[in-house]
Write a protein that binds this ligand. Structure first.
Ligand SMILES: Cc1cc2nc3c(=O)[nH]c(=O)nc-3n(C[C@H](O)[C@H](O)[C@H](O)COP(=O)(O)OP(=O)(O)OC[C@H]3O[C@@H](n4cnc5c(N)ncnc54)[C@H](O)[C@@H]3O)c2cc1C
Length: 376
């Protein structure tokens, strides 16, 4: 049987596989095993499937509790067709900001003088051994230390909640490249990797994805089934905060609906902030996807933010007073993996005897990466 492991650890494919967790990882694993004719059962402790992927409607529009989009690739397109899902693309030409030196900056985030200053570095060679390099160490010879911290720190901090000197390069950037060639050729390599790929969601939000997979495998999914001791031949897909002492951080997702849109964020996807800011990023929901909605913004932060703080923050950042019609906060305590060295050490401590792991235990947090792993 042509089964290529997408998990880490030991699984006996001739015996029943106990998948622990009915979030997207557990469901993807189950769907893969079903296609391969293997015996499996998914155990989900909750009365609903999907884990962190939850989409609900308020009277003003859609509220995503965690992920709001997936980066589309041609492999994913086929997969969604198979599940009868109709992805909706993000609107075209939206501006993406980072907040640098107290103002909003669009790509390439540097001004012309700064770009000219660093352009000779594009011909420098990239490091050859990238195995232990941080993102900061990889890019500093190209962008210089100052710009690397000013650009990569907000960009990565806003997405991964950790700064560029703590993130391993290989966990974030493409590694199927001939390292030692110039930075310029690495830029071209990255461009080819993402060209034509757009973020997508679904009309009723991200929750459509776990529901569509559940429809295919529901005979083998047990809801309200909390597993306290993992049986032999378990594929563990639960949140790593339950098994790791370190290597996770908390994230709060707060969606607000406003009377009026923010003028400075018209036609934009959102803003990412650096590590000195109380917030990680702001998404402009009503502009990203074509759905009926009042002006809606999701604020990602490391701690809970109160309404008064949001009002002050928006006034300071965008010089605009806001009238909040509705607010939803979803706390994910220790719910975001920090892909740094600590996490690698925690991974080595896991019990691998007759057990395997999938989901946020391997590689990044992206849904695209999780899906593509199970399409092999
Ligand atoms: C705020 C936020 C924003 C994000 N944004 C994006 C984004 O825009 N794009 C993107 O690609 N990714 C994004 N992600 C990441 C993505 O949402 C996650 O990587 C993904 O949902 C994780 O799925 P999972 O199945 O591995 O884990 P989970 O969703 O945590 O599922 C684990 C499941 O296991 C169950 N469980 C736990 N313990 C037990 C037990 N003992 N017995 C049985 N069941 C158990 C839980 O109830 C849960 O259903 C975001 C994440 C967060 C938190």
């Amino acid at each position: 049987m042509n089964v290529r492991p997408f998990w880490i650890g030991e699984l006996n494919l001739d015996q029943k596989i106990h998948i622990i967790g009915g979030g997207i990882s557990g469901l993807l694993a189950g769907y893969y095993f079903q296609k391969k004719g293997l015996n499996f059962e998914v155990h989900e402790m909750d009365s609903r499937i999907g884990g962190k992927l939850q989409s609900t409607w308020s009277q003003y529009g859609l509220v995503e509790h965690s992920a709001n989009s997936i980066l589309m690739t041609s492999k994913l397109e086929k997969f969604f067709k198979e599940l009868n899902l109709n992805p909706i693309p993000t609107k075209k030409k939206l501006k993406r900001f980072i907040y640098r030196k107290n103002s909003l900056k669009t790509f390439p985030f540097l001004n012309i003088i700064e770009l000219l200053k660093i352009s000779p570095n594009f011909f420098k060679k990239t490091p050859t051994d990238i195995s232990e390099l941080s993102v900061f160490d990889f890019w500093k010879d190209c962008f210089g230390e100052e710009y690397t911290s000013e650009i990569f720190t907000p960009a990565l901090h806003g997405i991964y909640s950790i700064s560029s000197d703590q993130l391993l390069f290989k966990d974030i950037f493409s590694t199927d490249f001939n390292f030692g060639a110039s930075y310029l050729s690495y830029f071209k390599h990255l461009k080819s990797k993402i060209s034509g790929h757009k973020s997508i969601s679904f009309a009723n939000g991200m929750n459509e994805l776990p529901l569509a997979i559940y429809e295919k495998i529901k005979e083998n999914v047990k809801l309200n089934s909390k597993i306290t001791e993992f049986p032999k031949n378990s594929l563990i897909c639960i949140d790593s905060r339950y098994l790791f002492q370190k290597g996770n951080t908390s994230i709060f997702s707060t969606t607000i609906f406003l009377q009026e849109p923010i003028d400075k964020l018209l036609e934009s996807f959102g803003v990412l902030f650096d590590k000195n800011s109380p917030i990680l990023g702001i998404l402009c929901n009503h502009q990203i996807f074509n759905r009926k909605s009042s002006p809606s913004y999701t604020i990602m932060s490391k701690a809970k933010i109160e309404i008064s703080d949001i009002k002050d923050l928006f006034l300071k950042l965008f010089n605009q007073k806001i009238n909040i019609l509705d607010l939803h906060t979803h706390p994910w305590i220790d719910g975001l993996p920090i892909y740094g060295k600590q996490r690698h050490l925690e991974l080595l401590k896991l019990d691998f005897e007759n057990k395997a792991y999938f989901g946020n235990y391997i590689d990044g947090i992206s849904l695209r990466a999780l899906i593509e792993k199970t399409l092999i």
